[in-house]
Design a protein around this ligand. Sequence first.
Ligand SMILES: Cc1cc2nc3c(=O)[nH]c(=O)nc-3n(C[C@H](O)[C@H](O)[C@H](O)COP(=O)(O)OP(=O)(O)OC[C@H]3O[C@@H](n4cnc5c(N)ncnc54)[C@H](O)[C@@H]3O)c2cc1C
Length: 490
Amino acid sequence: MPARSWDAEVDVLVIGGGCGGMSAAVEASAAEADVLVVERSGAIGGASAMAGGLIYMGGGTPVQKACGFEDSAEEMYKYLVAATSPGADLAKIEAYCEGSLDHFDWLVRCGVPFKSSFYSGMLSEPPGDDGLMYSGGENAYPFNEIARPAPRGHVPQMPGADKVIGERGSGWMLMKSLGEVAARQGVKTQCDTRANELVVDGDGRVIGAVVRSFGTDSVIKARRGVVLSGGGFAFNDDMLALHAPRMLGHSKVGTDHDDGKTIRLGQSVGAAVKHMDATTAYAALPPLLVRSIIVNASGSRFINEDQYFGRVGEAAFYREEGEAYLVFDEEGFESVPPEEIWGQRPTWVCETIAELETEMGVPAGALEVTVDFFNRHAEHGEDPLFHRDAKWLRPMRSPFGAIDLRQKPGPTSPEHRDGPGYSYSFFTLGGLHTSPEGRVLNTSGEPIPGLFAAGRTTSGLPAGGYASGCSIGDGTFFGRRAGGSAARST
Ligand SMILES: Cc1cc2nc3c(=O)[nH]c(=O)nc-3n(C[C@H](O)[C@H](O)[C@H](O)COP(=O)(O)OP(=O)(O)OC[C@H]3O[C@@H](n4cnc5c(N)ncnc54)[C@H](O)[C@@H]3O)c2cc1C
């Protein structure tokens, strides 16, 4: 847009007050920059504040050590490369692993509390206030053979009584701390303000943005840089149709402000995008998953069920086209602690596998072969096909049940996940192509002067696979780098 008069001036303008934006703001203000965060909602927080709050960190953090786990940056690197391939961003992973201990210390200095206790349960986040858990299948095949297993899901401490899973948990605690430290450092926050346009000078440098608040536009000059951090694009069907069409119609994880606006702002000034088809895909709750076998439309298993539940979901969704079923016996179903079953009910219950496969519509005899083979080896604590850990192996016995996990396009909100089919739920992982320093790159791989980005507006650590904690992990880690780079930019 052509130059115009400015309504306000700052050194660094941050667009979006989630974990990426607030980490950028804290680091930019620590580097003596005058920082303004514009946030579209009535308060900062975004999806980050709704999250379970797991932060992927390792290399021997004080919490890992206190809980008795050995780890190193090298083992963490080996795991992350394997877990996020194909398409793993090696430069980002290297920076992330080398900087992980420093990042933990930074979060602690920001007032984020971590309790040195290990959660060994199977839920996707600790129900209480434990501070550490396995969050990416590090201790399951094949990752336990690729890198020395260590739990790296660090969970900000939130008193159990104050926690409401999916509404107010450790992510809320993280954002509370980042918001407080930002305010103490003099970061200004302007809520109910949406960035709609970037301002570029004659040399192609991004020098500000047009923002709208209560129907009025104003133009804010950013003397050193603009940081884009408005989340992902799971709630923009047009962008999904363009980049990740398989996700259309499925449940989404995030807020409806994940409309890809800040990705499109970057694209409007020539930014490249990366891994736009990458998404998470969750299908089944881990406490029942590890007590079941998961089978495809041919009645065959396709992954070890003790693997990270997100990876199982990705395998079911991407490799099996969502045609998957959980098969269990009564003993397995009943052994899930009641508070961990979350209302899941069998779609079918039958005395024999032959009856069950008929109900499921699986080819006659196929599931019988699968269960016979599984049982024969489970008897000896073995799973020659997928190497599920012996502690989760036991022959299944009548009566049997199954849950239909087949994709069910249509309703998109979580409350529609019950009924005969389960939608897969997801959030997007692709976004603006950035350097490990948080600079936004153009289609030639060159930095766009004055433009920085972080969080799910960017393509970060996860690409061809995900581990819980990687989104807030890379949002905060590379958010700091984006904010610091912007503050130093002239
Ligand atoms: C229930 C739940 C549980 C989760 N659990 C985990 C977990 O344990 N660990 C993990 O790593 N990830 C988890 N995730 C995913 C993770 O929370 C998000 O991917 C991550 O927080 C995204 O951070 P962000 O800063 O990029 O975006 P957000 O936190 O969403 O922040 C973006 C902000 O930008 C604002 N915004 C958008 N557009 C504009 C605009 N044009 N102008 C101004 N403001 C704008 C939005 O209103 C929002 O406040 C979970 C998500 C949910 C919903």
